[in-house]
Design a protein around this ligand. Structure first.
Ligand code: GLY
Ligand code: MN
Ligand code: MN
Length: 435
């Protein structure tokens, strides 16, 4: 991402905050996986969005209108010995030279410097509740200023930074959509590899390996734990064990997306382990596909956030009725939410730097209007658990979801994952290549 894009975002946020506000954004902490081994470091999404800075133990401070610089960074100092072990650090010099900070200081100096910056502000924009330790430090700085009231001034309010910043993050710029397209492209290629590698007897984790290899060789990584769910494992929505054998005659549901340059894709396909849908599998699959298409068509500027979900619910209810899985009158079934035992999640979520990205779904108590720049998933599904009573045996143990990534544009919904087949013919053709 271009440095000017980060500068533009900081300017926009600072204009919203105003000259008597200050924003403070600490980095995400490192997390221990076991003893002295850490999890892969994941920068804080908000801090990264505004700075591109990806090191732990850093704090960005935005002070709109400050004459001696508005964008300040606190970060780890250069350290030959530590860098020998852990890799290079930008240091305060690098924060200025490479990340366009107006000024930067060693993190160790924050107690001396930050109170002076807080003192000139009325409102502190900050996200409480993410780091209890940093919350405490911030309150201590403010309390110290308060206790010296005669000689200093303390901000009177701590304001949730999320409202302003997450509204900005909801609307993707052109460079962001470019990265999201690339993220979807990598994920689609990985899904293709998994479809081609699939055959009866293969283990779920072997298909997972296709994703890991494709993601890493393209400089990406998993955006979330991949779900590789054969047969009735697909009825467990968050199945991630991925350790079962894929059986002839079953379907396999794969929900896997990558994080590329910090932007997520989130794609699900469901396909036959042996490459050919059975009649009942195809019938149920086409209900989900119709729901996916109807919901995608409803993901257009001017519609409400809930319109795609309503469209999916209607198609799923209609399809379940047609197949005899539900009985009764369509209108009554819709009114009663009869689909819920078979479709128990929502049709989508915002997508961006976080896979379940930030942004309000309601404004003033009403579903918000879809606007160009928003990116969301469309992911209807039908899950019929093996123990479900009152449903014919042929349907039991089947779980199907079809998930696409959709950008709302002026010209209508743009499906970023459209090149990966989701229709039965397209999937069967893809799976037959080279077999
Ligand atoms: N992969 C998580 C989701 O589909 O929301
Ligand atoms: Mn998903
Ligand atoms: Mn999703």
């Amino acid at each position: 991402m271009n440095a000017s894009e980060y500068a533009r975002r900081r300017r926009e946020l600072m204009d919203l905050i105003g000259a008597d506000g200050i924003a403070v954004l600490p980095a995400a902490g490192e997390r221990v996986r076991s003893r002295d081994t850490l999890f892969d470091y994941r920068p804080d999404s908000d801090l990264f969005y505004l700075t591109g800075f990806a090191e732990p133990e850093s704090v960005a401070v935005l002070v709109p209108g400050r004459r001696h610089g508005e964008f300040l960074m606190f970060c780890r100092e250069r350290d030959r010995e530590r860098e020998l072990w852990d890799g290079s650090r930008a240091g305060p010099e690098g924060a200025v030279a490479q990340y366009a900070a107006d000024d930067a200081f060693p993190l160790a100096d924050i107690d001396d410097i930050l109170p002076g910056l807080l003192e000139r502000s009325e409102r502190v924009y900050y996200s409480m509740g993410i780091s209890a330790e940093f919350d405490q430090r911030l309150l201590t700085w403010i309390n110290t200023l308060n206790s010296k009231r005669q000689s200093s001034h303390a901000p009177s309010e701590i304001v949730a930074l999320d409202h302003l910043l997450h509204e900005m993050r909801l609307f993707k710029s052109r460079p962001e959509t470019g990265l999201m397209r690339q993220s979807a492209r990598i994920a689609m290629d990985a899904h293709r590899r998994a479809m081609r590698a699939c055959e009866p007897g293969v283990m779920e984790f072997e298909l997972e390996a296709e994703f890991l290899h494709e993601f890493r060789r393209r400089g990406a990584q998993c955006a979330y734990l991949p779900i590789i769910a054969g047969g009735s494992n697909a009825c467990t929505l968050h199945y991630t064990a991925n350790d079962a054998r894929l059986e002839d005659g079953d379907l396999v549901l794969i929900d896997a997306g990558c994080e590329y340059e910090m932007y997520a894709s989130d794609i699900t396909r469901t396909f036959p382990v042996n490459g050919k849908f059975s009649e009942p599998q195809a019938e149920l699959y086409n209900v989900v596909l119709e729901a996916n298409k109807a919901a995608t068509a409803a993901a257009r500027s001017g519609n409400h956030w809930n319109d795609p979900h309503d469209a999916a619910v209607k198609e799923i209810t209609r399809g379940l009725l047609r197949l005899g899985i539900l009985e009764g009158k369509l209108q009554t079934l819709l009114k009663d939410g009869a689909y819920r035992p078979f479709f128990m999640h929502r049709t989508g979520h915002w997508l961006g730097i976080d896979v379940h990205d930030v942004g309000d779904y309601k404004v003033a108590g009403q579903w918000r209007v879809l606007e160009p720049g928003m990116v969301m998933t469309i992911e209807p599904g039908i899950y019929i658990r093996p123990e479900t009573r009152g449903v014919a045996k042929q349907w039991r143990g089947i779980g199907i979801r079809i998930e696409d990534d959709v950008a709302i544009t002026r010209k209508g919904p743009k499906v970023l994952s459209a090149d990966l087949p989701s229709d039965i013919d397209g999937i069967e053709r893809l799976m037959s290549v080279g077999k």
